[in-house]
Design a binder for this molecule. Sequence first.
Ligand code: PMP
Length: 400
Amino acid sequence: VWSQVPQAPPDAILGVTEAFKADKSPKKLNLGVGAYRTEEGKPVVLDVVKEAEQRIVNSPTGDKEYLGIGGLPEFCRLSAQLAYGECSKVLQEGRVAVVQSLSGTGSLRVGGEFLAAHYPHKIIYLPTPTWANHNKIFPNAGLEVRKYRYYLPRTRLLDYEGMMEDLKSAPQGAVVLLHACAHNPTGVDPSPQQWEGIRSIIQQRQLLPFFDSAYQGFASGSLERDATAVRMFADAGMELLLSQSYAKNMGLYGERVGALSVVTTDPKTTKKVESQLKQVIRPMYSNPPRHGAAIVAMILGNPKLYEHWKVELKGMADRIITMREKLHQALVDQGAPGDWSFILKQIGMFSFTGLTKEQVTNMTNKWHIYMTFDGRISMAGLSASCCSYLAEAMIDSYKN
Ligand code: PMP
């Protein structure tokens, strides 16, 4: 019965890792997937995560019972506090409905399904370009996807005017997806002044912001700085949705731990919204896994562990920033023509190199360097010893 099922194309991002694994060259380099690696190219489990896991395993009250549909309450409370700030008005006023989710992807999907069921407008605007999975998550949830201009290849900067024009002409009530920080794949974020302009147009047009926060603390090394945009919108009294992921900032990728929150106007509405988020979750996966959420709750809720986390988080962010400097220097040292300062200006895990699809093919076929076809490289997958080789490959590929 299944012989007529067509072969699906490989995933744009995860497919790169498959191809990398099959390559036998000793020079091969995987800059495709967005996962942090040490200078030696190894995945990391944070020491603070190991410490929290020990405490969980040794806890006399630890069991493997089901969590509630909305997840671990302490985890939800602390996640909202991390995003909106300890003294935030929206939390004090009971205006945030929170549920635990299956990492960032799961939050976006539950948020999308909730909107499709309970929000009167079914259009969501995504930036061009955006994380590839956004283009599938939202239509699958029942929303119509439209695009707003975001990145200008010519300047390698934010297309602020284009973005503002598109938001101005979006139908009233449309949802607007915003990357909270470290825009993936471009690494280009609005300045605080531009954020204020974006916020103001969204409020004027009565659009609904949906923040995707996959990199809080991981982008700049500061949890507060990376939450600036979310807090700016929430503090202005706006209703919004927020997806949080602990994949990168706690290195909990495979534990699938995240949160979805919805900012409302009053505690009564918060309760109703929360009840409907649970209605989405129950028939989808019943309730979320407990181990990752227990780790996060332990770290966020214990001042000593929290401080330890912040140090390790900054260590990861700083290593990525150093890789930017090293790659930039290698390009300059090898006399690469043009201005490469964009590598230093971009923020977060990725650099958007401007390499075309054909040039990426050259990077892979000739140099055994694996990356996505949009020209994105993961700076977190790079080590100092590879920067010179990467620069050489980039210079060669740009010529093609
Ligand atoms: N949103 C963005 C912008 C991302 O870059 C990612 C991770 N690549 C995610 C969401 C979701 O990741 P996860 O489901 O692993 O938390």
